[in-house]
Write a protein that binds this ligand. Structure first.
Ligand SMILES: [Ca+2]
Ligand SMILES: [Ca+2]
Ligand SMILES: [Ca+2]
Ligand SMILES: [Ca+2]
Ligand SMILES: [Zn+2]
Length: 611
């Protein structure tokens, strides 16, 4: 746990002073550029609130409003409908002036696959809004929007989202029928919000002393479990009995709410280390069983330009990476280096969050979404568990019950409390609904802390997007060997952290290699790879000196054994923050076009004259 003590006032003043100087310098730089205006007090074109949770209609309206305000950059589409018929909206952010969508690396952001984990949707809307509103004023934002494409899905489970917001229910699941209790009936006994307070509470009835497992607390404001003695027998006489969650016994079997809408886990449905439900709770009959997962998977196969994935969940304040199952084993060194750098920076960007490995620090997940996107698509993928309690008031890393209560009463004004109350139950008569917290606590922040959560998590996604590959042809040169024979040297460069093919993509053969080709009135006799080229960035370069030497036959290139030396496949892609050198032996004259074609990073050409 990290120290979250405030900086002293004095430090703050010094920082403010420095900020003013910087701001003045930045303002004059922008004025010189004359292309973009300095930022004014309130430049916003679209007024959206980020202290508010959006239901699915409101999500649609917000997205339409944004698209209307920024039609050049934004395109709102749907990949299809959810089980209950809601559109699965996604927003594409692309600047057409800087190239076609498929020619740029794309950052995919989704949220809410678990129906009651909603606030990633607001992060998505905030991200679209922030990038658009700040494009004219902010260099980093402009660079990202110009270089990258974003696909933002505010919810891939809108049925679960609306159930959470509009009914008392709270479900991880989608809402396709599912027989939770294996009696051949589907969703036959869901809970009901009998008192209409948009919460499903816990029901208790009064019984004779000794017949119940609960008693009234000494303060009389809640029910508490009776104490048990050393033999495990009740030490006190309980006179309240737990019946079940709020609702009626719809099917009259004596049990309350035993089979609610859905009941499966949409994040155990993906085709990587998938396991059936007797091993992985919540799995369905086979991978991609549910409609929403199938549609999302098809979207990925239609968009091989996706090079970064963020899937938002809640809660706990975690930046999770693969692998989900321990059996998978650690990821290759170079991929781990990419994950570690982004994850560790993320811990600084998002206050109070920890960078974790799913199986090691949380639990085993079989058939998880980001394992699919990493293993089967080779895409670097994170899953943030949004929202960590802010009630650690003394900053010792622990949140005690007293701190939680203080936070709730004096900071959050008790907005997230439901008092114990009595209702008239149609079947049971007088029923006690125990004191509880509302759905506006625990999983999601109080709304007044939502905007900060949106901003910091967006900032993490933007770092991820920034570090996607950015390959270019850096240099092409030719050396005449004899009147009809040339050596062409091509230097490729990838400025950013991620390679154009992850080690997972290479090892699982799930991504077409990059292709480097020469076109012209020429014959390419041979192609070779320069020494050290293709060295993955995660492997410490200092080790290389121990292995240095001459390639086969005394040359400083390694000849490539491929069908067509004028059209070579770069099986390992271009590593992150590296140059990669290739050489070609060419017979002929005239103009030669060198073309680099990357699945993740687009097509680039450069011309050279042989004469
Ligand atoms: Ca059933
Ligand atoms: Ca069910
Ligand atoms: Ca209720
Ligand atoms: Ca029942
Ligand atoms: Zn989740």
């Amino acid at each position: 746990m990290r120290n979250r003590k405030n900086k002293s006032i004095r430090n703050k003043r010094i920082m403010m002073g420095a900020f003013l100087v910087l701001a003045l310098a930045a303002a004059s730089a922008i004025a010189l550029a004359q292309e973009y205006l300095p930022r004014k007090w309130d430049t916003r074109k679209v007024h959206l609130s980020f202290n508010h949770y959006y239901d699915w209609n409101e999500v649609g309206e917000a997205l339409e409003k944004l698209e209307k305000a920024y039609p050049k950059f934004l395109t709102l589409r749907s990949i299809g409908t959810s089980y209950q018929g809601r559109e699965l909206w996604y927003m594409t952010i692309n600047n057409p002036d800087t190239g076609d969508e498929m020619d740029k690396c794309a950052m995919y952001i989704d949220a809410n696959i678990h129906g009651n984990e909603i606030q990633g949707g607001e992060v998505g809307i905030y991200t679209i809004w922030y990038l658009m509103e700040n494009y004219p004023y902010n260099d980093y934002v402009r660079e990202l929007v110009d270089e990258r494409v974003f696909y933002i899905f505010p919810s891939v489970n809108p049925d679960g989202r609306d159930l959470f917001i509009h009914t008392g229910g709270s479900s991880r699941s989608g809402q396709a029928p599912f027989d939770d209790d294996n009696d051949g009936l589907y969703d036959e006994d869901p809970p009901e919000d009998l008192d209409g307070d948009k919460e499903v509470g816990s029901m208790f009835i009064k019984v004779k002393p000794g017949e119940g497992g609960y008693r009234m607390s000494d303060k009389g404001d809640r029910l508490v479990r009776v104490k048990k003695n050393i033999e495990g027998k009740p030490d006190e006489l309980g006179d309240y009995k737990y019946i079940g969650s709020e609702g009626i016994d719809n099917d009259g079997d004596g049990r309350y709410n035993e089979d609610t809408g859905g009941g499966y886990d949409p994040n155990r449905d993906w085709g990587s280390y998938w396991q059936p439900s007797y091993i992985q709770r919540g799995a369905a009959a086979y991978p991609f069983y549910w409609k929403e997962a199938k549609l999302t998977k098809d979207f990925f196969y239609a968009h091989p330009n996706i090079a970064g994935v963020q899937a938002f969940h809640n809660s706990g304040g975690m930046i999770l990476r693969v692998p989900g199952p321990q059996l998978h084993g650690e990821v290759p060194m170079s991929d781990k280096a990419v994950y570690d750098e982004i994850g560790q920076k993320g811990e600084k960007i998002i206050e109070g969050y920890d960078y974790f490995v799913i199986w090691k620090d949380l639990y085993n997940v079989w058939g998880g979404f980001i394992d699919f996107t990493y293993d089967m698509l080779g895409v670097f993928s994170f899953s943030n568990e949004l929202w960590a309690s802010r009630a650690d008031l003394d900053g010792d890393g622990e949140v005690t019950l007293e701190e939680e209560e203080f936070f709730s009463r004096y900071i959050d004004m008790g907005n997230t409390e439901v008092a114990m109350h009595e209702i008239d139950h149609p079947e049971l008569g007088k029923v006690i609904i125990d004191r509880d917290t509302t759905k506006l606590s625990g999983r999601i922040p109080p709304s007044w802390l939502l905007e900060e959560l949106c901003h910091r998590n967006m900032a993490f996604c933007l770092l991820h997007a920034y570090e996607m590959p950015l390959p270019v042809i850096k240099d092409v040169s030719a050396e005449k060997i004899n009147p009809d024979l040339y050596k062409i040297k091509v230097t490729l460069y990838n400025e950013r952290l991620m390679p154009t093919l992850s080690a997972a993509a290479v090892q699982h053969q799930v991504q077409r290699p990059d292709i480097l080709s020469l076109k012209g009135n020429i014959e390419v006799l041979a192609a070779g790879q320069g020494q050290g080229t293709g060295l993955p960035s995660g492997i410490p370069r200092r080790y290389l000196m121990f292995f240095r030497g001459r390639g086969a036959g005394g040359s400083d290139v390694t000849l490539l054994d491929q069908k067509d030396p004028g059209n070579i496949k770069l099986f390992n892609g271009i590593p992150g923050r590296s140059e990669a050198e290739y050489q070609f032996l060419v017979k002929g004259k005239g103009e030669v076009t060198v073309e680099l074609d990357c699945v993740k990073g687009g097509t680039h050409t450069q011309k050279i004259q042989l004469n």
